[in-house]
Design a protein around this ligand. Structure first.
Ligand code: BG6
Length: 788
């Protein structure tokens, strides 16, 4: 009779009442019981639920479950349970007793196979039978990765449903899909096994006390709000979640989701609906959900121009490290976004709703700020406007979700508006306010209300699950309506490069944005002033300047490659128009790999059919060797595009089954091929790299051949392995119509700095001998190489 005994002893021991009528037993099954979320919030929330509800007639049991075998799982789970504490309003005696009861009611079990679920069901049924208790409901909390949902859902449905008359509630954590289609598919899988009423999708922001209060606040204060909660009075609404943390440790998730999917599509959009939907007379489940859907349906489609996106600088290295990607890997995943939304209905026509969030920002804070129009003209001079109710003071309502300078959740209403009415059992007017300015006003200009007792979001949501308050959860319809709104924008952003930002307070004004021409634009200009080597840039974006007297394009590597690929395609189209073909000589090494990938993946309209591909230099290894430049070209470009076979011109380093033997006349053969096919031996475009020692192509410092004279193709020696090389000569390079030099990475900073200072001396610094006779030269140097 343990469960019943605990229920009654609890009532008798703590409260001076007799054991009240037993309302039934609730079994809570927490899957993922030893995971991070469970450790941080869920067990705490369940304990709080027990504290709040145990004395009200239900009895409980808690089954922590995971894949871990029983003994280990039990140990891990109890380590967490032992650390549970009570809120301040619970006396130490009661706390100790309740915690003891809670531990007795909690047990661990391994849930791995279908049989494990059947056994769980049988255990619940038989122990309730032994205790003479009837089952009121079963709550399954799936704190597991979404790929596990479908299997678990099937097992619950097949063998773990409670008997008729008792409810089943299955709680799921996001992500609920990745876009409209995947969300729909996941939803339909769930719908084959559960009723809509049984599914509780968590958005933990709906459990934040201030967010939870938005609708009741609007309802209670409708006398004041009704006249002003509309387009005639509202200037704009800002919904903001700023974070200082970055995505380190979570990049495998983040790389697929990015900031919009991670928090804007869900948390901020849910908040938007609470702020903007019609408030039903009755805040019951069905009416709130109906109004929410109506609102989601009135959101105007987003354009790409409705958005600004950014990515913190360390994100790419973190992704490369955690996902084991090479330096050729780049990412467009936004870690910051600002979105301008509009609602096409009579109430909100023309009112901007700005949703913004980001990682690696300068502060952690979250709020909704409703700014009212400034309709006053003030005759009194500013210093004399002392009354907090002066119409000349800004008017705003802030739902402060947490953190920030204020440091606690609060609802703030400008005193010039009205004194808000909030349920006194939950909210109290804050006393002893810090002397702080919030959104341009000292705190004393606001009525400030804060929760009587701060609760974390999961405690509130677990209580709402227990109470069956579905309007704090995401229904299938509203989930799909939200994805329907966001998916087209997300797709259109796939190929858009985010603005890079350094992170933290170094971001300066870089991410500030303005509303202009119906969209959003970054406020700070993109242009970087390259004033000379050694000077630091303080703004970011594509830079155009001069380097060693030739045009310089500089940007973060990924954007630089995009720009270069674009310029190569332009050059190809121009050459084909002029002469019917495009002769492109490409260099080896690692830098151009990302370029090859970019060209093959994103330049579907590239005129490959009329393009001849040559190599600038080659290592004396078979063309199939991993060190071969041609091999690299083949792997990253040729295998993916359709270049006619006869247009591909590898260097003949391997002849007569020997490598680079002078008598085999490889250099002569390549010279002849060039002379025969390339008009005037003038390539349309030569792409070069720059070595740390100042070499380019395979012309190394101190080279005997290839620096001057009339040889077009030469054998050379490299200081590093493989030593023997074949290369086109500087004189041949200088005949080209265009020469582009690509330099990437911090490792090149020193040589870039050095050659910017030395005199032209091709014997010592071969790169300084690149100087097209009548063609053009352009440098593509990324910020890391240029500025480190
Ligand atoms: C989660 C996101 O949903 O919300 C995280 O996945 C984000 O990326 C978190 O950090 C923010 O929640 P909170 O409660 O810490 O503001």
């Amino acid at each position: 009779m343990l469960l019943r005994a605990l229920c009654c002893s609890l009532l008798l021991g703590i409260l001076p009442v007799i054991c009240m009528e037993h309302k039934g037993h609730i079994s809570v099954v927490l899957l993922g019981a030893t995971g991070d979320l469970a450790k941080k919030y869920l067990w705490r929330g369940l304990f709080q639920l027990y504290l709040d509800q145990a004395a009200k007639g239900n009895s409980f049991s808690f089954h922590g479950a995971a894949l871990t075998p029983p003994e280990k799982g039990q140990e891990l789970m109890f380590e967490v349970l032992k650390t549970l504490t009570c809120p301040a309003d619970v006396t130490p005696n009661r706390c100790a007793l309740m915690k003891d009861q809670f531990l007795k009611l909690s047990r661990y079990r391994q849930l791995k196979t279908a049989e494990n679920y059947t056994a769980l069901h049988q255990d619940i049924v038989s122990s309730l039978f032994d205790e003479g208790l009837h089952e009121a409901g079963r709550l399954f909390y799936l704190s597991v990765p979404p790929f596990a949902y479908a299997d678990i859902a099937r097992s619950i449905n097949a063998s773990c449903r409670p008997p008729p008359g008792a409810w089943l509630r299955v709680v799921l954590e996001k992500p609920f899909g990745h876009d409209y289609e995947s969300a729909k598919q996941l939803a339909s899988e769930l719908q084959t096994v559960f009723l809509e009423d049984e599914i509780y999708r968590i958005d933990h922001y709906l459990g934040k006390q201030t967010v939870d209060q938005i609708l009741p606040f609007r309802r209670r204060n409708r006398k004041h709000l009704d006249p002003i909660w509309n387009r005639r009075h509202m200037e704009r609404v800002e919904i903001v979640l700023k974070e200082t943390v970055d995505a380190k440790g979570r990049t495998s998730f983040y790389e697929e989701y990015g900031v919009i999917r991670d928090v804007i599509q869900n948390h901020l959009t849910e908040i938007l609906t609470y702020v903007a939907m019609e408030v039903p007379l009755n805040l019951s489940n069905s009416e709130v959900l109906r109004e929410k859907l109506e609102l989601l349906g009135s959101l105007r489609n987003l354009e790409q121009s409705s958005t600004v996106i950014g990515q913190y600088l360390d994100y790419l290295p973190q992704v490369r490290e955690e996902l084991e990607k090479g330096t050729h890997f780049f990412s467009n995943t936004p870690t910051f976004a600002g979105v301008l939304a509009h609602i096409d209905n009579v109430r909100w026509e023309g009112v901007p709703f700005i949703l913004t969030s980001g990682k690696a920002l300068d502060e952690r804070t979250g709020y909704v700020r409703v700014v009212f129009k400034d309709d006053a003209f003030c005759m009194q001079k500013e210093a004399n406007r002392t009354s907090v109710r002066s119409p000349c003071k800004p008017k705003q309502i802030i739902f402060h979700i947490g953190h920030g300078d204020l440091g606690f959740p609060a609802i703030l209403v400008s005193r010039g508006l009205f004194k808000p009415n909030l349920p006194t059992s939950q909210w109290q007017e804050a006393s002893e306010l810090p002397s702080l300015q919030l959104f341009g006003q000292p705190l004393s200009d606001y009525y400030v209300y804060r929760p009587v007792q701060e609760k974390d979001a999961y405690s509130l949501l677990l209580s709402n699950i227990y109470l069956g308050r579905k309007n704090s959860f995401i229904t299938t319809k509203s989930l799909l309506a939200s994805w329907n709104f966001w998916t087209p924008l997300l797709e259109s952003l796939d190929q858009v490069s985010p603005r890079m930002y350094p992170g933290g307070s170094d971001n300066g004004h870089l991410l500030d944005f303005v509303m202009k021409d119906g969209g959003l634009h970054f406020a700070a200009d993109q242009h970087l002033e390259v004033l000379g080597m050694g000077q630091k840039a303080d703004t970011f974006g594509v830079a155009q300047s001069k380097f060693l007297g030739s045009p310089l394009v500089s940007d973060w590597a990924e954007h630089l490659i995009q720009q270069l690929a674009h310029n190569i395609q332009e050059a190809a189209e121009e050459a084909i128009k002029r002469s019917g073909s495009f002769h492109l000589a490409l260099s080896g090494g690692s830098s151009p790999t990302a370029l090859f990938q970019r060209l093959s993946r994103h330049h579907h309209g590239f005129p490959w059919k009329h393009t001849h591909l040559w190599v600038v230099d080659e290592r004396c290894v078979p063309l199939t060797d991993p060190d071969s430049n041609f091999g690299n070209l083949e792997e990253h470009l040729l295998q993916h595009v359709r270049v006619p076979y006869l247009n591909i011109h590898p260097m003949p380093v391997h002849r007569n089954q020997r490598l680079c033997v002078e008598e085999d006349l490889g250099t002569e053969a390549y010279t002849q091929e060039i002379s025969a096919l390339v008009g005037n031996a003038s390539f349309d475009l030569v792409l070069l790299g720059l070595g740390n020692d100042g070499h380019t192509a395979s012309i190394f410092p101190g080279a005997r051949d290839g620096v001057e004279g009339d040889k077009l193709v030469v054998f050379t020696e490299s200081p590093s392995k493989p030593h023997q090389r074949m290369s086109i000569s500087l004189p041949l390079i200088n005949k080209a119509r265009k020469v582009m030099v690509l330099v990437l990475g911090k490792g090149k900073h020193d040589i870039v700095t050095l050659i910017s200072r030395v005199k032209q001396d091709p014997k010592k610094w071969p790169i300084t001998g690149v100087n097209p006779t009548s063609g053009k030269m352009v440098w593509y140097i990324d910020y890391e190489a240029l500025l480190r």
